[in-house]
Write a protein that binds this ligand. Structure first.
Ligand code: ZN
Length: 151
């Protein structure tokens, strides 16, 4: 087991056990649901975006596997306080990372702790779990809220 893989396990266990920013968000002005029927993951992302286009606060709630919860938890931590533009760029980066071939070098620059999700590349079934919260976040921010399905 290499370091990144060990960190991947640890991070997912930790955020699954103690999800950050979990529960409804007071004064949220954006929200969207995400549903991954393959795994049964279901979550809602709440955001409060101010007039300057900054994501002031970000929460999620729902139920699902450890990877979907850990990914949502880390995402809310990582994106809080960022501009809509920065969130969009992170979405692309994260998506590219987890969908890149497992034998290619992991492009983790600018992703901070989210880099541990490069471990997901080895489990194609889990990619949708890891990206569910991100799809919901994007829907909440860009389409003013709706249910997104990973299918
Ligand atoms: Zn899942």
């Amino acid at each position: 087991m290499d370091d990144l893989r060990e960190l991947y396990q640890e991070t997912i266990l930790d955020h699954n056990r103690k999800p950050r920013n979990f529960g409804p968000l007071e004064n949220a002005n954006r929200e969207a649901d995400g549903h991954n029927p393959l795994c049964g993951d279901q979550l809602t992302v709440y955001a409060r975006v101010n007039d300057e286009g900054i994501v002031e606060d970000l929460h999620f709630e729902g139920s699902g596997c450890a990877i979907s919860k850990a990914s949502a938890s880390l995402m809310t931590e990582f994106e809080k306080g960022k501009s809509l533009e920065a969130v969009r760029a992170d979405f692309e980066r994260f998506h590219d990372l987890v969908t890149s071939p497992p034998d290619s070098p992991a492009e983790t620059e600018g992703l901070g702790k989210l880099a541990v999700f490069s471990g997901v590349r080895e489990y194609p079934m889990r990619v949708k779990c890891a990206t569910l919260a991100w799809h919901a976040l994007r829907a909440a921010l860009e389409d003013d809220g709706k249910t997104v399905k990973t299918e």
